[in-house]
Design a protein around this ligand. Structure first.
Ligand code: ZN
Length: 311
């Protein structure tokens, strides 16, 4: 069985020249391709398999991260029209703060501003005390002089997602967005599904999963903070949906560096049945039985028609 991960799925960039997304036409082509080649696992068979480890299944399982507006507007209607289902991993912090999550402020920033301008701003405004300790030497030795636009984007993501300490990231991002991004781009109503849409997604046959409160790198935060991120988001989603169908989680960012043994243990304690990592290989029965809180998942760009569209 192959789990496939999607993020933005939309028909255009919404006026952001550097924005990276899967074009809706390619999403449709990819679903046609899966229907012809792999087939899809039914929700019942999937839940039986992941909750009870009963059998090895073939076929695709579709997952969508970040609770995006795109999912309510484009992905879910497309799935419903084809009689398909998906798992939607929704973070919850934006519903409490009224602000875009930092991960998405970075996407909007990179979609709107020139990467070289952002790097210049970071060089001027970040000093040693803004960095998480382990990464200070690495940051100091970085040079940006000969980077292409694409390499600059990668560096900005590394600095903002990994190097900078969480205490300072919010302030630095506030400054960057004020400088480069029109405030209308940061309206949460234009960016995420509403709580009512989350509830109706579940009512129309989708599974709603947990994607934390603030979308942190779990391996960077202490055990009690990890637990709080998971408990609060499960409570919010239980409330919004009137009761989740199952407890499932997807690690923000994904990859083995993005979580640790503590994360898996807490998830098990909280009654989470299965969690997704990002690791490009099939899910085997041995994964479900042996390590249910780190199931492998492919990015959609690893299959035909999944390549990103920019701007
Ligand atoms: Zn995410």
């Amino acid at each position: 069985m192959k789990a496939v991960m999607y993020h933005y799925v939309r028909p255009d960039s919404g006026g952001m020249p550097g924005f990276r997304y899967l074009h809706l036409d390619n999403f449709r082509r990819q679903l046609d391709h899966f229907a012809e080649t792999l087939g899809f696992v039914s929700q019942k068979a999937f839940l039986d398999a992941v909750e009870n480890g009963e059998e090895n299944l073939d076929g695709a399982v579709l997952t969508f991260d970040d609770g995006l507006r795109d999912h309510a507007d484009f992905a879910i209607p497309e799935l419903i029209s084809r009689g398909l289902w998906g798992i939607f991993y929704v973070p919850t912090g934006m519903y409490q703060s009224g602000k875009l999550l930092d991960v998405h402020r970075i996407h909007v920033l990179l979609g709107t501003a020139k990467a070289s301008d952002v790097l210049d701003y970071l060089k001027k405004n970040i000093s040693g005390e803004h960095l998480s300790h382990a990464h200070v030497p690495e940051y100091r030795t970085l040079t940006y002089a000969h980077l292409s636009e694409a390499q600059s984007v990668t560096e900005i993501k590394r600095i903002l997602n990994y190097f900078i300490s969480y205490d300072h990231r919010e302030t630095v991002l506030d400054g960057l967005l004020a400088e480069f991004v029109p405030s209308s781009r940061c309206d949460i109503a234009n960016y995420y599904m509403t709580p009512a849409e989350i509830r109706s997604a579940q009512a129309s046959g989708m599974i709603i999963g947990n994607h934390s409160v603030t979308h942190p790198v779990f391996s960077k935060i202490a055990a009690d903070t990890q637990r709080r991120e998971l408990e609060q988001s499960f409570a919010f989603l239980e409330d919004v949906t009137g009761g989740l169908k199952t407890r499932t989680f997807a690690y923000p960012y994904g990859g083995f560096h993005s979580f640790n043994e503590t994360s898996e243990q807490i998830l098990g304690d909280l009654g989470c049945k299965f969690s997704f990592n990002v690791e490009p290989r099939d899910i085997l029965q041995s994964d479900i039985l042996g390590r249910p809180q780190a199931l492998p998942r492919y990015d959609c760009n690893q299959f035909a028609f999944g390549a990103v569209t920019i701007g």
